[in-house]
Design a protein around this ligand. Structure first.
Ligand code: ADP
Ligand code: MG
Length: 251
């Protein structure tokens, strides 16, 4: 919908870890269908903000709104069921299972009442679900590996599988935390293509240190610095922003 209601919104978020204030009065409003890039020096609070938006951890204060609804305090399962999903941590993938089998788990996660004892058996009888898994693997450029185990994948292939797993929950809001980290230039080009395809028809938030890649991808960029909002705007504007420059130079 394009009724002006943000897809996802952080309102005056504060996050304290003991004596450390990781986020202070942080606001972020992401439009429906938008790709929002999030940048900031290490320790700025980007990953913490993502964890709060996905329900992985609660904020100390402030609110999270999803499509106009206050969802502050909902856990990660409920947030995922509502349509907010972050790229999976690869350590949580089942290395001995095939790529296809790894995708069936999150594909089922959005299907109400799907958590049954005979879940894998029923999945194997469900041709539609298998087709969904294979379609996602094709989108990730992993069609040739779909029956093989995850343990056979290269690092770059695993990063693409992570995005596929996040997409398998059919999120309305997709969050990617440093999807290009550790990838070769060739793999970066490939994953940027994957992100472009993945972002079609959904709202996408991306934390990324590769400025060239992110600025070419995002509709707007938000800048965090020392746990606070520093700037938000279109890439061209952020690129020319002297405050952003001095924050990155440590000035
Ligand atoms: P970024 O992703 O921008 O590099 P983070 O959100 O990971 O930054 O971290 C922001 C600050 O919060 C850092 O100082 C970090 O050490 C601290 N921090 C993050 N997570 C925790 C945690 N679980 N416990 C304590 N401190 C944390
Ligand atoms: Mg981080």
């Amino acid at each position: 919908s394009d009724d002006g209601v943000p897809a996802i919104e952080a309102r005056h978020i504060r996050k304290q870890f003991g004596g450390l204030v990781a986020l202070e009065d942080v606001c972020l409003s992401v439009r429906e269908g938008e790709i929002m890039g999030l940048i900031g020096p290490n320790g700025a609070g980007k990953s913490t903000l993502f964890r709060i938006l996905t329900g992985e951890m609660p904020a100390t204060s402030g609110e999270v709104h999803f499509r106009g609804r206050n969802i502050t305090g909902v856990g990660v399962r409920e947030a995922c069921a509502m349509g907010i999903s972050k790229s999976y941590q690869i350590v949580q993938v089942y290395p001995e299972l095939s790529l296809r089998e790894n995708l069936l788990v999150p594909l089922l996660a959005r299907q109400r009442g799907a958590f049954r004892f005979d879940v894998m058996a029923s999945v194997k009888r469900d041709g539609e679900l298998m087709k969904d898994a294979d379609r996602l693997l094709a989108m990730m450029g992993l069609s040739d590996r779909l029956g093989g185990p995850v343990s056979d994948l290269s690092y770059g292939e695993k990063r693409r599988l992570e995005i596929g797993i996040a997409l398998a929950t059919q999120p309305d809001v997709l969050l990617l935390d440093e999807p290009l980290a550790g990838l070769s230039p060739e793999e970066r080009v490939q994953v940027v293509g994957v992100i472009k395809a993945a972002s079609i028809g959904r709202t996408t938030l991306v934390v990324e240190h590769d400025m060239d890649a992110l600025f070419g991808l995002a509709d707007r960029i938000a800048v965090l610095h020392m746990g606070r909002n520093l700037a938000v705007g279109p890439p061209a504007e952020i690129r020319e922003n002297p405050i952003v420059h001095s924050a990155y130079m440590g000035g």
